[in-house]
Design a protein around this ligand. Structure first.
Ligand code: NAG
Ligand code: NAG
Length: 504
């Protein structure tokens, strides 16, 4: 085209015209490319803005004091419940208040909405464990007016089941706060996941012990019933459980049923007591413990105003992975600014631990019976930089949060070398510590449980983590359905799925 002017044009002219065209084409390509990149990067910033750093103005619309209506009765039912009564119960009671409808202000998290089908399990599996009795036909309490209390004290650590179920129930109401990540759907074919509302941690905490020998505990009976119920459902048979979500946050919960329900996604605290083929990081979701220490609001402390360098409270002698505790105790007991105390945090222990953590720069989190414990989340809530010595720990939403920005990780084999840990910690200066302390204050809301849930609180972060598992679930489902047209060779019941040798 450039040389189309005929024979009269000199070779020189043709060349310059060609290069002009080339130049023009290249600049326009470059222009379009840069435009494209600008677009991409701004949408990226928007994404970060809406998920990582939620708008504080939006959050403040759910500020407890402004938008919540106190509901008499809820608090009193709480006060009666708690086994070891402590300050935490009061805190929880104040959290369980009914939201005042505020005209449906919208702050929905764009993109991630998880459609959940929840089985209408009989109350004995969920709110019945809280001594709630249904009135009328529904197996669920009306969360707008009546929320059964969850027992306080150490039970609360594993109360994830309670918060998630309440959040699903609340999603059904038109005036529910619109920060929802989750919506309940009644048609299971339309759901992303199938939720199994069994309060397994509570069932373990309250009903695993104290039965006469030879007699099955209520916790065991419920698990047997649950397996029987689930495996009879159309939804389970359709997927063999692959799109099911099961709660087992207490490491000892679902002890019997887990071996039969393994194709499902579990919500766990860690994988310490699970064989790798039954639970693993690809398939399952790690949820935080609910911290027992109250959040440190208006923290005006700094590096110098926290006198204790390193704080630890817990049992010193532990089996399994906990041997390092003993070693560390002997290594650190001579250090003047290190606090190493015995005993679990109960009753006034919570108050003491709270004061101790708020007065410390660093808080030790050493593996105990299990790789995880609520101590990490207590430390975060106290803005005490966690020092994690637990090689097999699993952390909530670690595909979303970089824990190394606000936690110190030390390998157990290093930590028990003489002087290694103390020198390492003493080597962290004011500037680096302050950076981590600031980061702790930025991330702490990811570990707070609320009802109604708030944008990017623990409840919604867990749902988002579940949502990120959904594509892998679908892939598994579609792959396992390849031969669904072949004539059946074995019965599709539970017996036909043996525990996998190598799940992945
Ligand atoms: C449930 O959803 C599926 C898929 O959208 C649809 O085919 C089916 O008719 C629905 N069932 C009911 C009872 O609405
Ligand atoms: C699996 O199949 C469904 C249709 O049944 C489809 O919507 C979905 O995208 C597929 N999932 C994957 C991961 O290919």
């Amino acid at each position: 085209m450039a040389g189309g002017n005929g024979a009269s044009t000199s070779p020189f002219k043709v060349v310059s015209r060609k290069s002009l065209l080339l130049f023009f084409t290249m600049t326009s390509v470059l222009f379009f490319m840069s435009w494209f990149f600008v677009l991409r990067s701004t949408s990226h910033v928007q994404f970060i803005g809406s998920t990582l750093l939620p708008n504080s103005k939006l959050l403040s619309t759910f500020d407890d004091s402004k938008s919540r209506m106190q509901k008499p009765g809820v608090e009193s039912s709480f006060g009666n419940r708690a086994t070891p009564v402590d300050s935490e119960d009061v805190e929880v009671a104040s959290e369980i208040k009914v939201v005042k409808q505020d005209g449906g202000k919208c702050n929905r998290n764009d993109g991630l909405v998880l459609k959940v089908f929840m089985y209408d399990l009989p109350p004995e599996f969920h709110f019945g464990l809280l001594d709630w009795k249904p009135s009328g036909n529904s197996v669920w309490p009306d969360v707008r007016s009546n929320i059964p209390g969850y027992p306080g004290g150490l039970n609360l650590q594993h109360s994830i089941e309670f918060w998630l179920t309440l959040d699903i129930l609340a999603s059904e109401f038109l005036n529910a706060p619109k920060a929802k990540t989750v919506i309940r759907v009644k048609n299971s074919s339309e759901a992303d996941i199938i939720f199994v509302p069994f309060f397994s941690s509570l069932s373990y905490n309250r009903f695993a012990k104290g039965t006469s020998p030879g007699k099955k505990s209520r916790n065991k009976i419920l698990q047997v019933k649950l397996v029987k119920y689930l495996t009879a459902q159309e939804e389970w048979k359709r997927s063999e459980g692959k799109d099911h979500l099961i709660l087992a946050h207490h490491p000892n919960s679902m002890m019997d049923a887990r071996m039969k329900l393994w194709p499902a996604t579990f919500i766990l605290s860690d994988f310490g007591r699970y064989p790798a083929n039954i639970a693993n990081v690809e398939k399952d979701v790690i949820a935080p413990y609910k911290h027992l220490i109250t959040s440190y609001v208006n923290d005006n402390s700094d590096f110098d105003s926290r006198p204790t360098l390193l704080y630890f409270q817990g049992a010193i002698y532990r089996k399994d992975g906990g041997l390092a505790r003993q070693e560390l105790f002997y290594l650190l007991k001579g250090e003047k600014d290190v606090h190493f105390s015995f005993g679990s945090i109960q009753k006034d222990g919570i108050k003491k631990a709270s004061e101790g953590m708020r007065a410390s720069k660093f808080c030790l989190n050493i593996a105990g019976d299990t790789p995880s414990s609520n101590r990490l989340f207590d430390a975060i809530a106290s803005h005490c930089v966690p020092v994690i010595i637990s090689d097999a720990i699993e952390l909530p939403y670690e595909d979303f949060i970089d824990y190394s920005e606000f936690c110190i990780f030390v390998r157990t084999s290093d930590a028990i070398k003489e002087d290694f840990l103390i020198n390492f910690i003493r080597g962290i200066g004011k500037e680096e510590w302050t950076r981590m302390w600031n980061k702790l204050k930025e991330v702490e809301h990811f570990f707070e449980f609320h009802f109604p849930s708030k944008e990017n609180d623990a409840v919604q972060m867990i749902w988002q983590a579940v949502a990120r598992k959904v594509p892998a679930m679908r892939l598994k489902l579609n792959r396992s359905g390849r031969y669904s047209r072949s004539p059946p060779v074995m019965d599709k019941g539970l017996k036909s799925i043996p525990a996998p040798k190598n799940f992945w």
